[in-house]
Design a protein around this ligand. Sequence first.
Ligand code: IDP
Ligand code: MG
Length: 153
Amino acid sequence: MSVERTFVAIKPDGVERGLIGAIISRFENRGLKLVGMKLMKLSKEKAEEHYGEHKGKPFFDGLVSFITAGPIVAMVWEGKNAISLARNTIGATNPASSAPGTIRGDFAVEIGRNIVHGSDGPESAAREISIFFSDSELCPGWSRSIDKWVSEG
Ligand code: IDP
Ligand code: MG
């Protein structure tokens, strides 16, 4: 298992519903380390770039309107196996079948309002991080005193 970085965003529904703290806590509690974070409103162009793989699908225009409707919290989380850990913590895409205990399974009811995004693999993580953050915005190499209790090394 290698140390990875993954892109996570709290979508406008999560921000509007006052769930920023609760969602961030899930990733902190899991043991992942926050290395970048900002509150921002996405432009239509940036939203279309981020969700480029879904262009042409029936839900694409609605998805772009939704993700640009209010501020999002863009974050980068780091840790061993961070990409799949974050996806597991987020839960299945459709909250109707997300397991209880996952973020979507605990806080959301339908696919068009599923409150959080997480990269689905190493290539998309690298691509998405570079869309949202410059290198200087990512906090380099900070280590936590608790790291040895989260991971064997
Ligand atoms: P993911 O967010 O779990 O990676 P994707 O399949 O990559 O799921 O879809 C991206 C986002 O597009 C979903 O999180 C959801 O917000 C939205 N989406 C996907 N499928 C549908 C749909 O059928 N109706 C409405 N929105 C959808
Ligand atoms: Mg996806």
